[in-house]
Design a protein around this ligand. Sequence first.
Ligand code: NAD
Ligand code: ZN
Length: 254
Amino acid sequence: MNGEELQSKTSRAAEIIAGSDHLMAFTGAGISAESGVPTYRGPDGLWNKYDPGETATLSAFKDQPEKFWQFIKDMMVDREIEPNPAHLILAEWEQSGLLQGIITQNIDLLHQRAGSECVFELHGSLGEASCYDCGRDYSWGWLEDILDRDDIPSCQNCGGSRIKPDVVFFGEMLPGDILRRAEEEAVKSDVMIVIGSSLAVHPAASLPLRARDTGAELIYLNADRGEMPEIFDVILQGSAGEIMEKLAQEIDRI
Ligand code: NAD
Ligand code: ZN
């Protein structure tokens, strides 16, 4: 996409967003890429390094929790993970009343750390956990307390080593109430901006389709054009943080 084309598409997206009554954002791993969190798919994706069946299924976790923790450390640690402009602008839009909420597939807590309050975490998050063996709940700061250590966390109640973060593993159901509320918001929305998601993982990816089927205009901000370019009214191809800054400036001018 050349500079002129991007400029005119950004202006078009800004008009749509500024004129919205119920704007929702739908985000995926790509929005956190500029914060240093690798995506799962793509050339630097974590699935090139890890076998999802051996790391992100419940049975793999039960047998080898240390493999899962290695994967999470690789995803989050040794990097200064901070919200980037895309997270921060979404939080500002919510505070100013422009954005109603965010439906996210991410587990990295960056939306909340940026200041967003209405966040539907379809795949759970690393913020809370419970012991798989005795059920004891843990809600301390996983990212700070756990990821800096060399060992894996063990349960203070039963001594077991299977403390499971509240993330949805492959083969697990999505949290039903969150999915239902996110779907209600998708149906209510008249504009949805999808940021940094390949839309390959279902049922999460069905929510933008649901929004479109019930009349919403869809904007896609992604590094590539994705697999369903035909469902979008405007496609902004590029980096989430960079383009969100341009978009926010355009909206401020309207
Ligand atoms: P995905 O890896 O399938 O797709 C990411 C998309 O983002 C790709 O289309 C890619 O082209 C795009 N992208 C990469 N860098 C970008 C950038 N700087 N700006 C804009 N777009 C960029 O991720 P997904 O669609 O979220 O779905 C996969 C699953 O991955 C989800 O289940 C999610 O739970 C999980 N996941 C979460 C995190 C996280 O919490 N940050 C990280 C990796 C994967
Ligand atoms: Zn326990």
